[in-house]
Design a protein. Sequence first.
Length: 161
Amino acid sequence: EYEGTYPLPEGQVDRVAVTLSLGANDPVTERRVVREQLDHATVDELQAVTTPGQLVAVRAEVRRTHVSDAVLDHAVRLAEATRDHPGVALGASTRAALSLVRCAQARALLGGRDHVLPDDVKVLAGPVLGHRLVLRDGTGLRAGPRLVAELAAAVPAPLHP
């Protein structure tokens, strides 16, 4: 719900692939985090979980994950629906549609599939498209993902991807 010190320009917001909220820490976890940070900078203890080469390989595998024309059309229609919605002053761009499909490819791969399902697109539509919208009432960052979720429920998904 916070955009930082100042709102990002539209071009920069459109380059953020996904927004999500992890929620608040419970009091015990919050106390532990504060105590650990008082004792030392825990960021100095972080260990790499992958190598640059492994990351390149995973990205290549994501790109190889099949997207049928029907699923691709569905993602594009969702982006278009944000531009056609009367409550939206600035809808999702072509870059947003591409990001939605790329994220859906990654979700499919993480799910052990070599192809994207309409549900991959539907589940990710809010987190990928919502933050990019400029709503006429000025509630974009909070209401954008909800509006996109409503559109995802309303835009018919292909029956046979």
